[in-house]
Design a protein around this ligand. Structure first.
Ligand code: AHR
Length: 507
């Protein structure tokens, strides 16, 4: 039988705004993310504009993609931007040593990426090379992109066919500097981040938000070291700060790096292990936030979770360096619980980027290498269902009574997760049931404003590993009939292993 839990939501107690940028994306030169994913080249039979796949663009526009991080990942600290400009046939080649050891021909470079962002209507988030680049190289890249006059780099951009400067609001200083980005110590990187950031200049009216490569998972020392590095600058005020945010990377696996687990065909134990690991994002964000609060109590420095998502074993027969994996209902619930955490921590988490948008890790879109057919994954549908959270005011959701719990490998997992937001005369409530077998019911105790209408949507399927393929696209949101009036507000049935959103009209 279904248990019932009550969730109290004060619709008139407005919390911090949930930045649309927590629904951000990440595209690396890795496997078939860029080549075959976003980019097919101008000669392709797949409909494209200047080589960029239009079906991918349209799908991402539908979920309001707010920003796109590029060119890596680990690739970013090997990437030299000047190799990716000018006539394509003259561009130097390089070895993509992190991802499959394949030769990269630099066909997709700065102009192609900026054209992609323009088609998507997304803000570019460029990840600059600290690991093997130079301060000058990074400084010239931002000048090339954003300067309007006849400076040397602006003139070079014009020679390459782009007259107007672009707007580049987000800039990453290195990537995983503790690992593939240079194997640096926190103290070393903190100094380098200050130095590099100084030369990522605001040209004209382009203001850059600089994001220093942050911690891996629970490396609180890394976050603390970056935040401490501001101490002698505090007197100058935040405009003088070299960087405005630090990042955090956290991946969900079944057991860990040595046993990531299969993307499909997993059993119930693996379902729970993975979801328990996904909900760890709450603890990680809270603890990094606590460290940041110590050094920056006014919350001027942002936390950017610029790599998150599932990392399973690659699909059989695919290149192990290409990180291609299927995407199931379990991935959708992993996404849903991450968003609940990002919504709850909206005051500090200013951006997040799922890894990665097309054909790599927890993708929104898979493309068939033979036919080119495009598949929208269950994760994509969570992004679609959550659109109304973009730039909405967060609302606290407080459970009263007993929240259903389950013991997973000696730890407790709350099997119901929720978050909410409001904008004007509407609100959106997100509800996840992580229980593999049992349905549950949630009473929404809605206070502070009158509810004049509601609609519920559900994403679920029979099998825990239900997924979409070019010929079977059944894992998709549907209208949910399991919602009724209740003396306190509304009662919502949550099927087992399901994600439900409730859209409210408010007076
Ligand atoms: O997203 C795949 C890789 O994961 C990225 O290149 C790197 O930053 C992380 O280790």
């Amino acid at each position: 039988t279904a248990s019932t839990v009550t969730a109290v939501i004060d619709l008139d107690l407005i919390g911090p705004t949930i930045s649309r940028h927590v629904y951000g994306h990440f595209a690396e030169h890795l496997g078939r993310c860029i080549y075959g994913g976003f980019w097919v080249g101008e000669g392709s039979a797949t409909p494209n504009e200047g080589g960029i796949r239009l079906d991918v663009v349209e799908a991402l526009r539908r979920i309001g993609i707010p920003n796109l991080r590029w060119p890596g990942g680990c690739f970013a600290d090997d990437y030299h931007w000047r190799d990716g400009i000018g006539p394509r046939k003259l561009r130097p080649r390089m070895v993509n040593s992190h991802w499959g050891d394949v030769v990269e021909d630099n066909a997709f470079g700065t102009h192609e990426f900026m054209a992609l962002c323009e088609l998507l209507g997304a803000d570019p988030y460029i990840s600059g090379n600290v690991g093997s680049g130079s301060v000058r190289e990074m400084s010239e890249w931002i000048e090339y992109l954003t300067r309007g006059d006849d400076s040397p780099m602006a003139a070079l951009r014009r020679e390459n066919g782009r007259d107007e400067p672009w707007r580049v609001p987000f800039w990453g200083l290195g990537n995983e500097a503790w690992g593939c980005g240079g194997n640096l110590r926190a103290e070393q990187f903190a100094s380098l981040a200050r130095q590099y950031a100084t030369y990522v200049r605001d040209h004209g009216d382009n203001t850059v938000y600089r994001i220093a490569a942050g911690a891996n998972t629970d490396d609180y020392h890394w976050t603390e070291t970056l935040l401490r590095s501001f101490d002698d600058l505090a007197a100058y005020g935040s405009r003088a700060w070299p960087f405005q945010a630090v990042s955090l990377h956290y991946y969900t696996m079944t057991r860990g790096w040595s046993s990531k687990g299969a993307a499909t065909g997993f059993d119930e134990e693996e379902w729970y292990l993975a979801l328990r690991n996904a909900t760890r994002i709450e603890e990680l964000v809270s603890r990094h936030e606590a460290v940041m609060d110590r050094w920056d109590p006014q919350r001027k420095v942002g936390l950017v979770v610029d790599e998150w998502g599932t990392w399973w074993d690659v699909e059989r027969g695919t290149n192990p360096g290409f990180l291609y994996q299927q995407n199931t209902l379990r991935d959708a619930l992993v996404a849903a619980v991450h968003f609940d955490t990002f919504h709850r921590h909206a005051a500090r988490v200013v951006m997040a980027n799922i890894a990665q948008t097309v054909n790599v890790l927890q993708a929104m879109i898979l493309t068939d290498p033979e036919t080119g057919a495009l598949v929208l994954t269950p994760s994509y549908h969570v992004f679609a269902m959550n659109r109304a959270h973009h730039d909405a005011a967060s609302l606290a959701v407080t459970f009263t009574g007993e929240v259903p719990m389950r013991e997973v490998a000696g730890e407790s997992l709350a099997t119901v997760s929720a978050s909410a937001s409001t904008r004007g005369d509407t609100a959106l409530v997100s509800l996840s049931n992580l229980d593999a077998q049992r349905p549950t019911a949630v009473v929404l105790d809605l206070r502070g404003r009158r509810v004049t209408g509601y609609r519920a949507t559900v994403l679920t399927a029979d099998a825990l590993d239900a997924h979409n393929t070019p010929s079977a696209t059944g894992v998709a949101p549907r209208e949910h009939a399991g919602i009724t009036d209740h003396p306190r507000g509304l009662e919502v049935e949550l099927p087992a292993h399901a994600y439900v959103t409730v859209a409210l009209d408010l007076a």
